[in-house]
Design a protein. Structure first.
Length: 260
C-alpha cells in the first residue's frame, strides 16, 4: 500500500476544489512551476507553505494535520474532548445558544452528526422514538430518516430526505470523510421515496421540515450555525441546528407546550 505524500494530498484537494495549478498558484502568490514540483515530489514544501496552501484550498483542519504529517511535520491543530476544562467556554456558548432558542428546538452536532447537546424544545422530536435509537451516541440524521425514527412522522419525507442527503453529500465533497460516505450509503438505503431532485416551487424560499405531532402538523425552518473562528478540530467540526416555526400555529403550539 502506498502512503500518500504531501504532494499527493495537495493534488487531491486542488482537484477536489476544481482548480488548475495555475489558478491555485495565483491565489497562493507562488509559481505554477513550484506548485507542480511540490505535487510531484521534486520540491519539499515548508510547514508555512503547507499551511498557506491549505488556507487557499479551504482544507478542513483535520486534513491539514494529515498534510503536515505526510510532509514530516508535527500536527498543529489539537482535537480536545468537548468535556475538557479548556473547552468550558465553548460548552457554555453552546448551552447559551440552545437555551436562548427555547421553546423552539435546537441541537448541537459534531462532524459525524452525533448529538452532543440539545435544548428542552428538542424533546418534541424524541416522542415515541425507540430506546435503541436514543442510546448514545445518537446520530441526528439516522434518527431523522430511520424507518423506526422520525421518518414515519415527517409529512414531506421525500423532500426532507433529499435535502438531508444533499447536505451530507456536500459535506463529503468538502471534507472527503469516509465516515460521512458510509453514513450516506446507510441513509440512502432507508425507505422514504425517491431523492428529491426537482426544482423548488416558485414561492419556495427554503425546504420546510413538516412533522406530525399528535393530531397536528408542525412546520419548521432550519438554520445551521458554526463557530466563526475555530482554532481546533473539535470546534471546527461543531454545528448548531436551530428550528424556527414556519407558521403561527406551530409557534403557538410550541409556546403552549413550554407553558405546560
Amino acid at each position: 500500500m502506498h502512503s500518500p505524500t504531501a504532494g499527493d494530498l495537495l493534488r487531491h484537494w486542488r482537484t477536489t476544489r476544481r482548480l488548475s495549478q495555475l489558478e491555485l498558484a495565483g491565489r497562493a502568490d507562488t509559481s505554477a512551476r513550484h506548485l507542480s514540483f511540490i505535487e510531484t515530489g521534486r520540491a519539499t514544501p515548508s510547514r508555512q507553505m503547507i499551511l498557506h496552501l491549505s488556507d487557499n484550498l479551504d482544507i478542513p483542519l483535520r486534513e491539514r494535520n494529515r498534510l503536515l504529517l505526510a510532509a514530516g511535520f508535527a500536527p498543529v491543530y489539537a482535537e480536545p474532548d468537548l468535556d475538557t476544562t479548556a473547552m468550558a467556554p465553548v460548552r457554555t456558548a453552546i448551552r447559551q445558544i440552545l437555551t436562548g432558542h427555547e421553546p423552539y428546538p435546537a441541537l448541537a452536532v459534531d462532524m459525524h452528526w452525533t448529538m452532543v447537546d440539545a435544548n428542552a424544545g428538542a424533546a418534541l422530536f424524541l416522542d415515541g422514538i425507540p430506546a435503541d435509537l436514543l442510546a448514545p451516541p445518537v446520530n441526528a440524521l439516522r434518527l431523522s430518516l430511520h424507518p423506526r425514527g422520525l421518518a414515519p412522522r415527517i409529512s414531506n419525507l421525500a423532500e426532507w430526505r433529499g435535502h438531508l442527503l444533499d447536505r451530507l453529500q456536500r459535506q463529503i465533497d468538502v471534507t472527503g470523510s469516509a465516515d460521512a460516505a458510509a453514513l450516506y450509503a446507510e441513509l440512502r438505503a432507508y425507505p422514504g421515496g425517491a431523492d428529491h431532485t426537482g426544482l423548488p416551487e416558485p414561492d419556495q424560499a427554503v425546504v420546510p421540515f413538516r412533522l406530525r405531532h399528535g393530531d397536528r402538523e408542525l412546520s419548521f425552518l432550519s438554520v445551521t450555525s458554526v463557530f466563526g473562528t475555530p482554532m481546533n478540530i473539535t470546534v471546527a467540526e461543531l454545528a448548531i441546528e436551530s428550528f424556527f416555526p414556519a407558521d403561527a400555529a406551530t409557534a403557538d403550539h410550541l409556546h403552549s407546550r413550554a407553558g405546560r
